[in-house]
Design a protein around this ligand. Structure first.
Ligand code: TRP
Length: 72
């Protein structure tokens, strides 16, 4: 089944998009660094069950738009 795309737009430098593995172990397998204005378009896959966004970004999903915030 084709997965929806998630669009992440960084609103500050050094935003990290971290992919976590699918299966018994939930581990980081990829970390992508985005600078302000940069966009990453990603899907959940056979290998990726979750994503963690660290830093201030706008995240567009099928469930709506979510704003993550900068570390306080
Ligand atoms: N090789 C990874 C995969 O196929 C690439 C990837 C897909 C990814 N979606 C991601 C990496 C989200 C980080 C975040 O699952």
């Amino acid at each position: 089944m084709a997965q929806d795309y998630i669009v992440i737009q960084a609103e500050e430098d050094g935003v990290h998009v971290i992919g976590l593995t699918r299966g018994t172990d939930t581990k980081f397998h990829h970390s992508e660094k985005l600078d302000a204005g940069e966009v990453m378009i990603a899907q959940f896959t056979e290998h990726t069950s979750a994503m963690k966004i660290r830093g201030k970004a706008q995240i567009h999903t099928a469930h709506g738009v979510i704003n993550s915030e900068a570390k306080k």
